[in-house]
Design a binder for this molecule. Structure first.
Ligand SMILES: NC(=O)C1=CN([C@@H]2O[C@H](COP(=O)(O)OP(=O)(O)OC[C@H]3O[C@@H](n4cnc5c(N)ncnc54)[C@H](OP(=O)(O)O)[C@@H]3O)[C@@H](O)[C@H]2O)C=CC1
Ligand SMILES: CC(C)(CO)C(=O)C(=O)O
Length: 292
């Protein structure tokens, strides 16, 4: 049984390099990849591994597939998936941030669809990936089904050094991460700052204003606030990732489109539907226009 990974960026390479010593892996992308990729661990060790890779449009896919892990950015996910011919019952695992592609593919894909929410951190380097920080991954289906599949995949990931847990509340977890990303990412991308700089003026009141808008929208969507409240969750992440250049800042600095539609889009749509104020969210969205 082979684990297929589509999207050989940071997360795709991390999965491939972690899983490869334990089971067959095939990494699919739209450009040729070096056969030997390097994994730099959070402990600073560099490991080299041979990875079977192929161009996604041309790949002869193995018959027995454990799952297809979709590890592109949100806006590329459906086009990437459409480039493969897979048996319709192939399980999908969606690793995207935000909440855009998940409900669409959950409804459209005939086989099981699991969503992953991960706090692993990784970035691409030439012919490899840096696993910047250990995290945890939660896996589940939006309708709570496929618990056995989620448990089996979580065990395989955990054995490979990516601790994972199968959960029944993945929708809520995706929205919690989306809220954190909405409060942090557009601001740091727009102003070109590290996460920790949000603690200081003039940025701190901007985060507070965003939190004031987010909380009623999330409540209206039926997303329970985290135990310590939204503000404590977001400020805790800012503290814990103070030196990070967030993913949206990295995309903006590199002139790549950002994941604003996946992160801010569902909040704006919900705010409009519930008739709630969303000027700050809209300004955050428009503040990213120049990257799109
Ligand atoms: N990196 C991280 O630490 C984390 C990332 N995430 C989420 O995971 C997702 C992936 O992030 P990340 O790995 O950082 O992103 P990257 O941009 O590093 O990787 C995306 C990959 O998808 C490939 N791709 C795009 N379109 C296609 C296509 N049509 N066919 C095949 N491959 C394609 C890109 O290839 P090309 O080079 O050709 O464009 C690239 O290799 C995002 O939603 C992100 O928010 C979540 C938590 C942590
Ligand atoms: C939590 C945060 C903001 C950490 O940088 C992140 O998920 C990202 O960079 O997208």
């Amino acid at each position: 049984m082979t684990q297929l990974i589509l999207g050989p960026g940071a997360l795709g390479r991390l999965l491939a390099l972690r899983l490869a010593p334990l089971e067959p892996v095939k990494l699919l992308g739209r450009r040729p990849l070096s056969a030997r990729l390097a994994l730099t661990t959070p402990e600073g060790e560099t490991l080299y591994r041979e990875i079977d890779s192929a161009l996604s449009g041309e790949a002869a896919l193995p018959e027995d597939v454990t799952a297809l892990h979709l590890t592109t950015k949100s806006m590329s996910a459906e086009a990437a998936l459409a480039s493969l011919v897979l048996p319709p019952q192939t399980p999908l695992v969606l690793w995207q941030n935000g909440y855009e592609v998940q409900p669409r593919l959950h409804d459209a894909w005939p086989g099981p669809v699991l969503c992953a929410s991960t706090s692993e951190g990784a970035y691409v380097v030439e012919d490899g990936v840096v696993h910047a920080g250990h995290g945890h991954t939660w896996l589940g289906s939006l309708d709570g089904k496929h618990a056995a599949l989620a448990t089996a995949l979580a065990e395989r990931l955990s054995r490979a050094g990516l601790p994972a847990t199968a959960v029944a509340d993945i929708r809520q977890r995706l929205w919690h991460k989306l809220a954190v990303n909405a409060a942090i990412n557009p601001l740091v991308a727009r102003f070109g700052i590290r996460n920790g700089q949000l603690r200081d003026r003039p940025f701190r009141p901007m985060v507070e204003a965003m939190l004031n808008e987010l909380a009623p929208i999330l409540a209206a969507e039926g997303i329970p606030a985290p135990e310590p409240g939204w503000a404590a969750l977001v400020w805790g992440v800012i503290e814990g990732t103070a030196t990070n250049r967030a993913s949206m800042l990295q995309d903006a600095s590199a002139g790549r489109p950002t994941e604003r539609d996946a992160i801010l889009g569902p909040l704006l749509e919900a705010a409009r539907r519930h008739g709630l104020p969303h000027d700050g969210l809209l300004a955050a969205y428009r503040g990213l226009d120049r990257y799109h």
